[in-house]
Write a protein that binds this ligand. Structure first.
Ligand SMILES: NC(=O)c1ccc[n+]([C@@H]2O[C@H](COP(=O)([O-])OP(=O)(O)OC[C@H]3O[C@@H](n4cnc5c(N)ncnc54)[C@H](OP(=O)(O)O)[C@@H]3O)[C@@H](O)[C@H]2O)c1
Length: 349
């Protein structure tokens, strides 16, 4: 791309906002020119007010940027990445879409909207066909595209591979979610160290519903949810980054040989349009054959790649497996950037 597309990051000082800044540092298509924050950081230098948590340094060009309020009047970029808390996103993101921007968001505020895609380029790039109806309904020049909740992400990618080959009936799953999934400062250390918290507000509902939307089909301009039964348990565990989900899956047409299911997962390819983008994971799914993998500490180095292991037959349903996915990279900022790349390729940006 000759001229990079100028972009803004809303909520740039938080756990996900920082990942955007890190991942966009040398992006071949996008150039960060504006960062926003709350009243806590507004008007101050990003590098001085951001509680930077990542092992790489804050990029020099961003360190000096002034944190601005999230008003479209002062930020006129064609593309906006949002890492706002959901309740703020609900008010702020439509203002940007109305002003003509493409908003790629991590927040959950619009995931339930029937005209707003929850997008994973490896899974459902065709769901961007909902965008024209969203624009027409809202009277916006711009639009909003969301990525899924960080727990739904890796699990849906693995389920898509199985669905394509064997169909899906029911899924019983349990998550062990990292602390960084709660943002910064997140869960108090005295609550989480040496402990497991068997409740994350709203998470079980999201993880049971979002995969059905992403695995659904568009029929006559309307999105039909996939008919898959879900039972989900969400837990917070003392892991810094990387969500683990263990799944037991009932398939519609199970293979006689579990090795075939494992090969289907490891050979899964994203739809053609999503294969050669700057953030395309290579491979989409890494299959670990060791008995004790995947593990978040060892496998989050894969970044955008979803890591699957322990694929084995199940006596109650058909198959069991373990999925690990980096929650602030594949499940948040990296996912939004990949979505924006797809939208550029499809001509929406
Ligand atoms: N963490 C994850 O793994 C993850 C994964 C997927 C999706 N998400 C979603 O991504 C979003 C961000 O999550 P997070 O974990 O990064 O949260 P976080 O660490 O709490 O960060 C929140 C960010 O929003 C900013 N903010 C708050 N109120 C604002 C306002 N009125 N105007 C502008 N900025 C405002 C904060 O700015 P100040 O620092 O200036 O206060 C901060 O930059 C949430 O919707 C979350 O549900 C998170």
């Amino acid at each position: 791309m000759k001229n990079k597309i100028p972009v803004a990051v809303l909520g740039a000082t938080g756990a996900v906002g920082q990942r955007f800044i890190q991942l966009l540092e040398n992006h071949p298509w996008f150039d960060v020119i504006a960062v926003t924050g709350s009243a806590r950081t507004e008007g101050q230098k990003y590098g001085e007010v951001c509680r930077w948590l990542l092992p790489t340094d804050i990029p020099k060009s961003i360190f000096q940027l002034k944190v601005t309020p999230s008003f479209p009047e002062s930020i006129q970029t064609p593309l906006v990445f949002s890492a706002l808390p959901s309740e703020k996103a609900k008010i702020i993101e439509p203002l940007f879409a109305k002003a003509g921007a493409a908003v790629c968001t991590n927040a959950g505020a619009f995931r339930q909207d029937p005209h707003t895609p929850i997008l994973l380029p490896e899974v459902n790039p065709e769901h961007t066909a909902l965008i024209p109806a969203q624009r027409a309904k809202q009277g916006w020049d711009g639009f909003i595209v969301t990525n899924p909740n960080c727990t739904s992400t890796g699990m849906t990618i693995a389920l898509k591979a199985l669905k394509n080959s064997f169909g899906l009936r029911r899924v019983f799953a349990t998550s062990m979610q990292a602390i960084s999934g709660a943002g910064y400062p997140g869960v108090p250390s005295l609550d989480i160290l040496g402990n497991v918290i068997p409740y994350i507000p709203g998470e079980e509902e999201k993880a049971s519903w979002e995969p059905r939307k992403m695995l659904g089909i568009i029929n006559d301009g309307k999105l039909e949810l996939a008919e898959i039964g879900f039972s989900f348990h969400a837990n917070r565990v003392p892991v810094v980054d990387g969500h683990t989900v263990v799944l037991t899956v009932e398939l519609a047409d199970p293979p006689g040989d579990i090795g075939l299911a494992a090969r289907t997962l490891s050979e899964y390819q994203a739809p053609e349009i999503s294969r050669q983008l700057p953030s395309t994971p290579q491979p989409v799914i890494r299959l670990r054959s060791e008995a004790n993998r995947p593990q978040p500490r060892l496998d989050i180095t894969e970044g955008m790649t979803t890591v699957v292991g322990r694929v084995r037959a199940d006596d109650l349903f058909d198959l069991r497996m373990v999925v690990v996915s980096h929650n602030t990279i594949r499940g948040a900022a990296g996912g939004s950037i990949y979505n924006a790349e797809l939208l550029v390729k499809q001509g929406f940006i």
